[in-house]
Write a protein that binds this ligand. Structure first.
Ligand SMILES: [Zn+2]
Length: 410
């Protein structure tokens, strides 16, 4: 984090200067300290200094600010002899039941939304689903805000609420807080962050759900994810995100990640775009649900129902899920070849719940890829079934770990 402002580890005066460069350097140092504690905490000040390379004086200044801001807390000093004669009070992220800040998460899906409360370590403390019959109801945004307010009131434990992170499919611009377009919901140019913020009286930040999951993997997932990752999201919509060195790529207009019409080798499924073999038409939950009904496996086009049917021993359900997993694997292979990421995260319901389908995705990907022969590089999200509740809140929490002093809405 320190390289962003040209700061050097060990700098002894930088974050004290009052000019703008000094402010930026101070913010970068605060972020470095916070992320070191995230990765290694509980850890004493001297340990933070050794781990991140900032001087003991700079660490001391930053921890004072982070303690005052309620993001860190001091834990009881370990008992026993003190080797160096210095106190070694361990510091950790403030996840305490009294005073530990939380972020709300809102994943807006079709046909339901999910509300969550998440602490600074990405732990999902509470969650609730809010299903709706008609996702194109123009009153839906207001209803979601109302239900979310009820959820937040019900689970209010007096802990500071930092704001709301929102994740949803489609083209979403975090910088303007708008949903540029979300075909399944019929939203176009919707100022979602401003509308929700007004309704809830809280800071709100929005992002695409594939990028949100990628951000959550980089913040809370395996260390390799911070080097580089590609995330493939397979739900009713299919999209992707790419991240490198801890930052998710957005590109001009935050339009990156639209892989709905990526051609899947071997697929002849007809797509709404007029072509055949597109990823969305081949492998989305919508396509899978329709195929499951067509084959008479389930009465409704529901992927959770299909996964249940497979889990309770229906071989037709299992076969269809394996077919889908292999199509997802072949699409993953294309992305692996383009980006060669350290890890490829795949969010897909059956493989998140049952390792056997992840193995199917891995086998198909490695068989098709020209660069990846390690199936272990393809992983499910670390949070498992809590992936979306955690990722939504991470939309709000991620900027906090980049600039702990900045208001969370920015
Ligand atoms: Zn298409």
């Amino acid at each position: 984090m320190t390289d962003r402002t040209g700061d050097r580890p060990g700098d002894r005066t930088g974050d004290r200067t009052g000019d703008r460069t000094g402010d930026r350097r101070g913010a970068a140092n605060a972020a470095t300290v916070l992320r070191t504690v995230l990765e290694h905490g509980p850890v004493a000040r001297s340990g933070i200094s050794e781990l991140c390379g900032l001087s003991p004086a700079a660490v001391s200044r930053q921890t004072t600010g982070l303690l005052r801001g309620g993001l860190l807390r001091e834990l009881p000093e370990p008992t026993g002899p003190i080797a160096s004669g210095r106190p070694r009070i361990p510091l950790d992220l403030h996840t305490g039941a009294v005073g530990g800040p939380v972020a709300a998460g809102l994943h807006i899906g079709v046909p339901s939304s999910t509300f969550s409360l998440v602490d600074l370590r990405g732990e999902v403390l509470a969650r609730r689903a809010f299903p709706y019959r008609d996702p194109t109801d123009p009153r839906l945004p207001a209803r979601i805000a109302h239900e979310l307010a009820g959820f937040l009131a019900r689970f209010d434990t007096g802990r500071p609420l930092l704001g709301v992170g929102v994740a949803l499919g489609g083209w979403v611009r975090p910088d303007t807080g708008t949903v540029v377009r979300h075909p399944a919901l019929g939203w176009r140019g919707m100022p979602l962050a401003a509308d929700l913020s007004r309704a809830l009286g809280l800071p709100v930040r929005v992002d695409n759900h594939a990028r949100a999951v990628a951000g959550a993997e980089m913040l809370y997932g395996p260390p390799a994810a911070r080097r580089s990752l590609v995330h493939l999201f397979v739900g009713n919509v299919v999209d992707a995100a790419f991240g490198i060195e801890g930052t998710v790529h957005r590109g001009p207009g935050s339009a990156a990640g639209d892989v709905a019409h990526l051609p899947v080798p071997g697929s002849r499924a007809a797509c709404g775009c007029g072509r055949t073999g597109c990823l969305q038409a081949t492998a989305s939950d919508t396509a899978l649900g329709a195929e499951a009904v067509r084959r008479g496996i389930v009465p409704d086009p529901s992927v959770p129902l299909l996964v249940d049917a497979a889990a309770t021993g229906d071989p037709r359900a299992d076969r269809l899920l394996r077919e889908r997993a292999r199509a997802v694997g072949r699409a993953a292979a294309l992305l692996l070849d383009v980006f060669n990421p350290a890890v490829m995260v795949v969010t897909e319901l059956s493989s998140v719940l049952h390792e056997g389908y992840l193995d199917e995705i891995r086998a198909a990907a490695v068989e098709r890829s020209h660069v990846c022969d390690e199936p272990g590089r393809i992983i499910s999200p670390h949070a498992g079934p809590a992936v979306l509740p955690q990722a939504a809140a991470t939309v709000l929490l991620d900027p906090l770990f980049r600039d702990p002093g900045r208001p969370t809405a920015g």
